[in-house]
Design a protein around this ligand. Structure first.
Ligand code: 26Q
Length: 777
């Protein structure tokens, strides 16, 4: 028995009288987590010396932490052994809900950054919101998505420590609210550095009113309390359109203000009222515009409480803040209605006005014409433009992949780039290899370790040393065996979760990401149908059997996205129940896709679907996870796909379709109806939306999808995302993969070359660039 195993057993005694073997997942989870948490005590400091960077983000999609924390503490092996000795499966914790405190890429990126910073001893802390309910749980009922609340704390939250004594007061019109911090340790690999993720929970200052209660005014008695709690109740499940909701603004101000107050309090513990070192003590990274209200809030605090002039306060803000942009799509750029803003946080508004005026003076002094001013204005037409504020009052604006940054400079934010070229920079996204290879694919990790050692865990460029093995038949066979084992493991998981039997002899072709028109799951669906018809007609022969897997959540109010889910499920029904083709293909839309599901799907994939319309996916990060686990990319020239094939070679991936420049060329004359008319294959699949092949349960969803492709709407031209333009090149690329897969060793070689060249996509590299080039830490 090791010391730590003993510590687990004594922690278990605090949970239950039962022995380990009978304690159940929840108690064991609590005991293991609490025992491990104690091991962080020595290295976990609240206010350490030196400059610190703060990552402000409305989302941290951390996923289940127990295994990754154990891995980083070097305690995973002995914990697993203890479980095993007691007849417990290492998959015991699969029952524990993921904290899904984020929507998708942006939130998961924040989590990977924290892991990478702690591993490299970079002083980075996260600040966000402790949502009581994370992203909704999804079920598929009769082919339709249904949403249920995600009560992730029902198994407890053993990784958080409530710090009552460090709560901050946040002021809203008509009400003050406590922000109570819950701190989670962010444990670097090796356990030496422990940073902090501080999530704020909203609580009432003046809670329950006993006088009102005694007067039998019950709902009045709890109203204030409820209003305060509401702020951190729920993560907004939207990851695109800016809805401009009052509660969302409250959330943003709530965590921004609390985080700044905390930072300033800690600064003053060191320097008192002398703010001359502030910008050398803190860097604040704004994860998209969601925390951008921090800028006027910092000005307010510095001017009202520290009695600075606007110029002094502004120059501090400029040095402290930096902004990351994650999207170029206009509808996602946050703009707050001025009246709404004033009704929620009127005391902040004057500082927005000051920023707007200072910007105007600056523009005029730089010779910008009067009539051009409104293109830049922070306050314009009754709206507050948050991205403009972020660019103006910070020293750095970065995109998240090379193409994305180029589009920001040349197009989306062109006028700002012309004004402040030195502020613009690129930081290509990355992922943590500890979770996305070490933890989720121990089999491939050992394969790598046997050949090149384990240095890749903290230096992913080490994977280059695998190149000699890509020509070694023995290694390729072993790689194929591992892929097969991961398919079997996924199949067991899928059977448990979705009651569906995967055929693990098939090619696994996987598209997992939020459901969006621009990500083009519908293009994938059309192409699957085209293959189905080809097999039925006999025009498609020699098709290597393939399983097409989807995982995606649609924002509950995104009608079209929900229509696409139903359509994919209709296709799945048709295909899976057709005895003439179901020995050749399977289609499955898995339910409740989340971080834990991703950890099972990605290692089992042969083909990574990354098929967004060129110029729309800022970076993508699942593309990197697939690459690292040895799948080939079937993708467009978009986001980080471009850099992936730059690293691993186009010949080892499958790139197709129109590029940004091509789309700019055809945009004006593009006519999807004409394409349908001229191409019977395309016509046939698109017409299934309306010809009675499938039923949308009488909702009209499929007709609406059809119209979006053929007629368009007031806000978009028909087929705005060019599905029909890319359809044939996509099908061709897909069938090329299918043919080439027959040469199993040649195909495995491509996969392994991808693994060997994934080094660039470690978030260790990304976060080091932020630290050196933006934060100076
Ligand atoms: C905004 C206003 C109101 C409510 C919600 C939102 C909101 C919430 C989340 C807007 C956007 C998001 C998330 C965006 C996101 O995940 N973007 C992705 O970021 C990844 C990391 O940089 C990129 O890899 C993806 O390409 C990008 O789509």
């Amino acid at each position: 028995m090791t010391t730590f195993q003993n510590e687990i057993l004594s922690a278990l005694k605090e949970e239950t009288d039962k022995p380990l073997a009978e304690a159940g997942a929840k108690a064991v989870y609590q005991a293991v987590s609490r025992a491990a948490l104690r091991r962080t005590r020595e290295n976990w400091k609240t206010n350490p010396e030196g400059k610190r960077a703060c990552y402000l983000s409305a989302e941290f999609l951390i996923g289940r932490m127990v295994n990754s924390n154990l891995l980083n503490l070097g305690l995973l092996k002995e914990t697993r052994e203890l479980l095993e000795q007691n007849g417990l499966s290492p998959e015991l914790f699969d029952e524990i809900d993921d904290p899904a405190l984020g929507n998708g890429g942006l939130g998961r990126l924040a989590a990977c950054f924290l892991d990478s910073a702690a591993t490299q001893n970079i002083p980075l802390d996260g600040f966000g919101i402790r949502y009581q309910y994370g992203l909704f749980r999804q079920t598929i009922e009769n082919g339709f998505q249904r949403e249920y609340p995600d009560d992730w704390q029902r198994f407890g939250d053993p990784w958080s420590i409530r710090r009552e004594e460090e709560k901050e007061l946040v002021h809203f019109r008509g009400q003050d609210v406590w922000a109570v911090p819950y701190d989670m340790p962010v444990i670097g690999y090796g356990g030496k550095t422990v940073n902090t993720l501080r999530l704020w929970q909203a609580e009432a200052v003046k809670g329950f009113d006993f006088d009102l209660f005694n007067q039998q005014k019950y709902s009045e008695a709890v109203r204030l309390e409820n209003e305060a709690n509401a702020i951190s109740t729920c993560l907004y499940p939207n990851d695109d359109t800016d809805e401009g909701k009052r509660l969302r603004l409250k959330q943003q101000y709530f965590f921004s203000s609390a985080s700044l107050q905390c930072i300033i309090r800690r600064y003053k513990e060191r320097y008192g009222d002398d703010f001359s070192h502030f910008a050398d003590s803190y860097a604040v990274q704004l994860n998209d515009t969601h925390p951008t209200v921090s800028i006027p809030e910092l000005l307010r605090i510095l001017m009202e409480e520290e009695l600075m002039s606007f110029e002094e306060a502004f120059s501090i803000a400029l040095r402290v803040f930096a902004y990351t942009n994650h999207t170029i799509m206009a509808e996602a750029l946050e703009k707050w209605n001025q009246e709404l803003f004033c009704s929620v946080i009127p005391h902040v508004f004057p500082y927005v006005v000051m920023l707007n005026n200072a910007l105007k003076r600056e523009l005029l002094s730089r010779g910008v014409e009067k009539k051009e001013l409104s293109r830049y204005a922070i306050l314009d037409g009754g709206l507050i433009h948050m991205a403009r504020m972020a660019i103006y009052a910070s020293h750095s604006t970065n995109g998240v992949a090379e193409i994305h940054t180029r589009i920001l400079k040349e197009d989306a934010l062109k006028e700002w780039y012309e004004l402040y070229p030195e502020r613009f920079n690129n930081k290509t996204n990355g992922i943590t290899q500890r979770r996305w290879l070490g933890l989720c694919n121990p089999e491939l990790s050992s394969f790598i370790g046997d050949r090149i050692g384990n240095g890749w865990l903290t230096d992913l460029d080490e994977l280059k040393k695998l190149m000699p093995y890509t020509g070694d038949v023995n290694s390729l066979r072993q790689f194929m065996d591992i892929k097969k084992a991961k398919k079997n493991e996924l199949a067991r998981y899928v059977y448990e979760h979705d009651n569906f039997g995967l055929n693990t002899d098939f090619i696994f072709d996987v598209q997992i990401k939020r459901l969006h028109e621009y990500k083009r799951q519908l293009l994938n669906a059309f192409s699957i149908l085209d293959i189905y018809f080809g097999l039925k007609d006999g025009t498609l022969t020699d098709f290597a059997p393939t399983t097409f897997l989807f995982g995606a959540k649609a924002a509950p109010g995104y009608y079209r996205a929900k229509g696409i889910i139903k359509y994919i499920n209709e296709i799945a029904n048709l295909v899976n129940n057709d005895p003439n083709v179901n020995r050749k293909m399977q289609v499955l839309f898995v339910s409740n896709y989340n971080v834990s599901y991703a950890e099972k799907l990605i290692p089992a994939a042969d083909v990574s679907e990354q098929i967004s319309t060129a110029g729309t996916e800022a970076s993508g990060t699942s593309n990197m996870k697939f690459m690292l686990n040895g799948a080939v990319t079937l993708g467009t020239y978009d986001g980080a796909n471009i850099e992936i094939v730059e690293q691993a070679g186009e010949e080892n991936n499958y790139i197709f379709g129109a590029r940004v420049e091509d789309l700019a060329q055809v945009a004006d004359s593009y006519c999807p109806k004409k394409i349908m008319k001229e191409n019977p294959r395309i016509r046939r699949v698109v017409e299934t939306l309306v010809d009675g092949t499938f039923s949308d349960g009488g909702t009209g969803m499929f007709k609406e999808l059809y119209d979006s492709l053929t007629e368009g709407a007031s806000w978009h031209k028909p087929d705005h995302y060019y599905l029909l333009l890319d359809f044939i090149p996509y099908c061709d690329a897909r069938l090329r993969i299918n043919r080439e897969y027959a040469q199993r060793e040649e195909f495995a070689k491509k996969c392994l070359i991808n693994v060997a060249n994934a080094g660039k996509f470690s978030s260790d590299r990304t976060i080091k660039q932020y630290a050196e080039e933006i934060w100076g830490v």
